[in-house]
Design a protein around this ligand. Structure first.
Ligand SMILES: C[S@@+](CC[C@H](N)C(=O)[O-])C[C@H]1O[C@@H](n2cnc3c(N)ncnc32)[C@H](O)[C@@H]1O
Length: 275
């Protein structure tokens, strides 16, 4: 989530851990994305461009929705994670899903599309309007543009209140101030769509929330924390000892369970419009 607005290379890293994180993310956010895509109008027979495909989770969801008569083309700057996506698509038996390595603004992708979709990708680009406009150039008239992004400004929270999540909020917001991370960009998706020339965007807002000892959601704050770990240390905001990343998920789980509470992960803002 959060970063790379300062760096044209994707900032979250390209490790195996990142691939596992993307797949875990799909477990929790997959149902939200599926609902968004269906409501926006992604359906059988469509040719869809998936921008910032990562490990292929959205491409796999779209493949199910467009069916064998449709087509999915994924683009990502990270060739390594696209290998994971290709393997997963092959294992799922889809022959109509392909991936192309490159920046969505410049990648060679042939033909026009009925829809462009992207999830948790726009946060990572410096000029979102540029990306939206480039995507729109690849669409037929009347086609769909659908994005879903984390509302990072809301941050994680626990009810009853958890000092641990609040401590992380302070660290991350301090870092955002220092390196000018735009945590609130998801709240500007409506105006970004309008500025790109899309009319009357529709919006949806959903928050994965859970509790109890077996819920997977506690892993998400540590996942995001790991991607920020190096920066938090470099900027003298938190030490390794203070963060204790290896035990963070267990501590969040214990807090929530002991309090009989609920843990809220990052909300997802969904937006769609037609060209
Ligand atoms: C957080 S991941 C999300 C992956 C996938 N959409 C999902 O929801 O599971 C963001 C992905 O966007 C890719 N990305 C970032 N900027 C990009 C760009 N300008 N063009 C293409 N891909 C980009 C990154 O390499 C990364 O794989």
């Amino acid at each position: 989530m959060l970063a790379e607005q300062r760096d044209p290379q994707y900032f979250l890293g390209r490790s195996d851990h990142e691939t596992v994180r993307l797949q875990r993310q799909a477990q929790l956010y997959g149902p939200l994305t599926r609902r968004l895509l269906i409501e926006a109008g992604v359906g059988p027979g469509m040719r869809v461009l998936d921008v910032g495909s990562g490990a292929g989770d959205v491409a796999l969801l779209v493949a199910e929705l467009v069916g064998p008569g449709g087509q999915v083309v994924g683009v990502d700057t990270n060739g390594q994670v696209l290998d994971v996506a290709r393997t997963r698509v092959q294992a799922a038996g889809w022959t109509n899903v392909t991936f192309s390595e490159g920046d969505v603004r410049t990648a060679r992708v042939d033909g026009t599309f009925d829809a462009v979709v992207g999830r948790f990708m726009l946060f990572a680009v410096r000029n979102r309007l540029d990306v939206l406009r480039t995507c729109m150039e690849r669409l037929r008239p009347g086609a769909l543009v659908v994005f879903q992004e984390h509302d990072a400004a809301t941050w994680y929270r626990a009810v009853p209140h958890s000092p641990l999540t609040e401590q992380w909020r302070r660290w991350v917001f301090q870092l955002a101030d220092k390196i000018e991370l735009d945590l609130g960009f998801a709240s500007r998706l409506y105006s970004d769509f309008c500025a790109a020339g899309l009319r009357a965007p529709q919006l949806r807002y959903e928050v994965p929330v859970g509790g109890g000892p077996d819920w997977i959601g506690y892993e998400f704050l540590p996942d995001h924390a790991r991607s920020l770990y190096r920066l938090l240390i470099e900027h003298n905001i938190a030490t390794d000892e203070e963060m204790q990343l290896d035990t963070l998920a267990a501590r969040l789980r214990a807090d929530t369970v002991n309090n009989g509470g609920m843990f809220f992960t990052l909300p997802a803002v969904g937006v769609w419009a037609r060209t």
